[in-house]
Design a protein around this ligand. Structure first.
Ligand code: ADP
Ligand code: MG
Length: 720
């Protein structure tokens, strides 16, 4: 921080102290006299005065300040004062306690006005070539006892000129400067330790704040070194360009890094987001300052920097106060640190103004303040660790609290859900029950439908043979009556022998009349007709009986062929004439099965085939070819029709219950799902080949034995 510059503002406001005049009278007791009040100042704006002219000018002004502030000049200032030695013959040191002046020339005049010597020092001059290798400007002058000399200082500087001029013996001056070096050594030591400490903290905590802080205090130290001329002494003793600008650059760096550090440390983005624009503005203004100072150092660039520094001081205080008010604890340290620094600066200013006594403590209050500031900020950073720890603990506690709360809520929710699920489960069970009931009802319906079809078939089938019987009964009765007449006539013969012959004749003529041979033939045919009708009726009844195994749940050994035949018998009547049935029943062994159920399978498949073929009524040569054969230890039955066929979509869904492409009343969509269920219960499988318009082929494969275990429900696929 450019504290000395802040002090300038305060100095201007400070008291103007009592007048002084005449010579500085030096006594033995005097140590390190600051002679600001004795100085007369003359501005030589055009830099045209010769030392002689300057010496005799009447235009001198007294500043009456312990440390006169000469302000700016584009050219030169002349400062005049007298020294009067009341001590012994001594070499005195005339020391300007600052290093920032560009060029200072001391003209030494005797009491009578003769020029005795001329010495030039300052940033312009190579420090290594000075009589005293110190960053401060030290002139020496020899005064005999009672001797009085007049001195003229010509000061040329681009910067603001402060003139802390001190007179002492050379030894005192050197001692003073050594003490100063020791104190600054301590100061830089503190800075260095704090830098190292925070640097290591950065590596262990990985909080970027520490790094910002390290950068910040590095620049603070650097700025102090520039201000006090240590950089001039050790780094660029003969580089005038950088020597005259280093303070400005350092000041800018301190300011920018302090804002950077503060923003990071105080989380200003969070706490004072509105100030972000101000910070950006500050950065830009310092970039401008650096550029301006690089080009030229003058009153304008100086003031520019001064204003920017003032803005930063204000911003730091204002922001930290704001953030502190918003409850961020570390802001307190930050605020205190800045206040300490400002108090330090204030004491320094008061000392320079002569209000408080100048001693080692007051001379270096600024550095002390700065050191305390650095330490306090460092403590604040350390406190951050505590805060972070506390925050972490709090967060963990909060997480724990939330978790347990969540757990309670979750448990409650789980309970609720479980209840709901139980309820739903109950509902589902009820629904399932309903569904099962509905399914069995529907199966019933399907069964009834097939039975209805059957009844129609049976009626038609039985009607035909019964007709045979009933139609034959009447002629047979008449034939038998005739025969009985013949017999009665033969009985009459035994009654009277006379009439034997006539009777014989009569009988013979009756025989001729009734055409007995024909009668015999007719009776034979009628009887065979009756026999045939009865046989066929029996066949149908047998088929019906066979088919009525529908509900039978007993496993039997049965031949599939007879099942196909009897199903066909029952179905035949409902098959339209344009459908030709081709039966190719092969030699197949009996298989273990539920015969009634298989009959229903055949019936359903054949029904579908007939329905599919009826969809193309114009075609005359529809065929349903039925084959049975042995296939790799399986009994296979195939039904191939010339119906409308199926798309892949239909094929994929064919076994779904209630899937139908037929109109209401025509199909229930249950037929194939029943087929699937039955074939599955036989451990068999179904293959379907079909394409739209190309008919369909259903092939059933059934194992010879359903299951080898006693438990019929156990399925072992590999075994089959
Ligand atoms: P439904 O006959 O009552 O429609 P199914 O389960 O018996 O029900 O048959 C389902 C569907 O499968 C039928 O609607 C039909 O589209 C199709 N299908 C079954 N067999 C055949 C076949 N032989 N030819 C063409 N489509 C068939
Ligand atoms: Mg069907």
């Amino acid at each position: 921080m450019d504290l000395r510059r802040i002090s300038v503002i305060l100095l201007i406001l400070s008291f103007k102290l009592g007048l002084s005049s005449g010579s500085v009278e030096l006594f033995k007791e005097d140590h390190n006299r600051v002679i600001g009040k004795y100085l007369e100042v003359l501005e030589d704006a055009q830099d045209q005065l010769s030392p002689e002219q300057a010496l005799r000018s009447k235009k001198y002004e007294k500043k009456n300040l312990k440390v006169p502030n000469l302000g700016f000049t584009t050219r030169a200032f002349w400062v005049r004062f007298n020294l009067e030695n009341h001590w012994a013959d001594t070499f005195f040191a005339l020391q300007i306690n600052q290093s920032l002046l560009d060029k200072v020339t001391l003209y030494e005049y005797s009491d009578k006005g003769d020029l005795l010597s001329e010495t030039t020092l300052g940033e312009f001059s190579d420090l290594n070539k000075r009589p005293f290798k110190d960053q401060y400007l030290i002139f020496n002058t020899y005064l005999k006892k009672k001797e009085k000399k007049t001195y003229l200082l010509k000061i040329v500087s681009g910067e603001q000129i402060l003139l802390p001029l001190q007179v002492s013996t050379i030894q005192q001056a050197l001692e003073r400067n050594r003490n100063r070096d020791i104190l600054f050594g301590i100061y830089f030591g503190i800075i260095f330790v704090m830098m190292a400490y925070n640097f290591f903290l950065y590596f262990s905590v990985r909080d970027i704040s520490y790094l910002y802080y390290v950068v910040y205090i590095f620049f603070v130290g650097f700025a102090q070194a520039c201000l006090e001329g240590y950089t001039l002494k050790y780094m660029w003793p003969d580089n005038f360009w950088i020597a005259s600008r280093s303070v400005y650059f350092a000041t800018s760096l301190v300011c920018v890094s302090s804002i950077l550090f503060m923003r990071n440390f105080l989380h200003t983005k969070e706490y004072t987001p509105k100030l972000e624009i101000l910070f950006r503005f500050i950065y830009i203004s310092f970039i401008l300052c650096v550029i301006a100072n690089s080009i030229v150092v003058n009153k304008f660039t100086h003031n520019l920097t001064q204003i920017a520094v003032g803005l930063v001081s204000f911003t730091l205080l204002f922001t930290s106060l704001n953030v502190y008010r918003k409850g961020y604890r570390p802001a307190k340290y930050f605020l205190i640190a800045w206040i300490v620094l400002i108090v330090g600066v204030f004491i320094f200013v008061l000392k320079d103004a002569g209000i408080i006594e100048a001693n080692v403590l007051t001379t270096y209050t600024m550095q002390i303040g700065s050191a305390i500031e650095v330490i306090l900020l460092s403590l604040a950073l350390a406190d951050r660790i505590n805060i972070l720890k506390k925050e972490k603990e709090e967060t963990q506690a909060e997480i724990l609290r939330i978790t347990s709360e969540q757990n309670v809520i979750l448990e409650e929710k789980v309970k609720q859900r479980t209840l709901e699920l139980e309820h739903m489960n109950e509902e589902l069970e009820v629904t399932l029950q309903h569904l099962k009931e509905t399914e069995s009802q529907l199966l019933m319906v399907e069964k009834m439908a097939s039975l209805g079809q059957l009844t129609a078939g049976i009626a038609h089938e039985i009607n035909n043979p019964i007709n045979f019987v009933s139609a034959n009964i009447k002629p047979l009765g008449m034939d038998i009556a005739d025969l009985l007449d013949v017999l009665r006539k033969y009985e009459e013969i035994s009654v009277s022998p006379d009439i034997f012959n006539s009777k014989i004749e009569e009988i013979n003529s009756f025989k001729e009349e009734i055409d007995l041979p024909y009668l015999q033939e007719e009776i034979k045919t009628l009887l065979s007709g009756i026999e045939d009708g009865a046989k066929r009726t029996a066949e149908i009844v047998k088929g019906l009986k066979n088919f009525s195994h529908l509900d039978e749940s007993d496993i039997k050994m049965a031949n599939i062929n007879s099942g196909i035949e009897s199903t066909l018998v029952l179905l035949r009547s409902s098959i339209p004439p344009n459908i030709n049935i081709e039966l190719h029943l092969g030699e197949i062994p009996e298989i273990e099965c539920y015969p009634g159920k298989l009959n229903q399978v055949f019936m359903n498949i054949m029904n579908n085939a007939v329905q599919a073929m009826e969809k193309i009524p114009d075609r005359k040569d529809h065929t349903l070819s039925i084959r049975s054969f042995l296939f790799e230890n399986l009994v296979a039955v195939s039904f191939e029709d010339t119906g409308i066929g199926m798309t892949k979509e239909v094929k994929d869904k064919i076994f779904d219950p209630f899937f139908t492409t037929k109109d209401v009343g025509e199909g229930t969509g249950l037929g194939m799902s029943i087929v699937f269920g039955i074939i599955e219960s036989h451990k068999g499988r179904i293959e379907i080949e079909s394409e739209p318009g190309k008919g369909a082929k259903f092939t059933l494969y059934l194992p010879l034995m359903m299951a080898r275990t006693a438990n019929k429900e156990v399925v072992n696929v590999e075994e089959n």
